[in-house]
Design a protein around this ligand. Sequence first.
Ligand SMILES: Nc1nc2c(c(=O)[nH]1)N[C@H]1C(S)=C(S)[C@@H](COP(=O)(O)O)O[C@H]1N2
Ligand SMILES: [Mo]
Length: 249
Amino acid sequence: MPDMKRRTLLAGMAAVPAAACTELAETEAATDLFDAVEGWHRVAHRTLAGRQALAREYSLGQRSPDIRGNGSLTVETPEYQAALVNGFPDWRLEVGGLVDNPLSLSLDDLRALPQRTQITRHDCVEGWSAIAQWTGPQLSDLLDRARLREEANFVVFRCADNLNGSDYYESVDMVDAYHPQTIVAHLLNGEPIPEKNGAPLRMRIERQLGYKHAKYLTGIEAVASFDDIGEGKGGYWEDRSGYQWYAGI
Ligand SMILES: Nc1nc2c(c(=O)[nH]1)N[C@H]1C(S)=C(S)[C@@H](COP(=O)(O)O)O[C@H]1N2
Ligand SMILES: [Mo]
């Protein structure tokens, strides 16, 4: 996160205990805080401190026996099928858009970064949940290394799969992008992510519903606005159904 935004955000959070949320608007730090996040939120009644809270984490024994696949279950190109067999030696994750230092990372590059492992529950709006362990670098680390620019307000996730004629994509604001449990996962329960669950890379955004967790991830793009992407609603399902862009849980 650009220094100014990060400093203001941390200053605001440190000064305001979660219990004092209702008084937020009256403190000086809170004024800065709200200035800093202006335009990030689509839902005004959520406080930043609340949104930064961690999603519940579970123990190994609480994991679900299987994580079903939902939506796309593969990428239907010969290139993907060949790469799947070979362990994706040439897969690249591009980190670009409004950054000063664009990155192009291999799976080995991603594995070499500091890793976070978390056991969390995936909640799909279609009415099922599953608990699993996910491992990968934090998105915040990638954005810091790419030197995110001040004018970036959202992060767009680009995917390799095409669902009914359109490329799947998603987006989040900087609060979710910098949330400590937002990771670019390459391991599911300690193994490379299976085909149906988004091999070789998928987002985990633990404070958001399942459709935000982009699978078959190829690109991370920092943008000021997503008005000109897809149908302008910030995601594949947001563009073609009533799914909300803000899917916080
Ligand atoms: N690229 C891509 N990402 C996607 C989808 C998809 O169809 N394509 N489906 C979404 C939905 S609705 C859910 S619930 C989860 C399902 O993840 P799973 O297949 O690992 O259960 O992925 C999300 N991410
Ligand atoms: Mo879903």
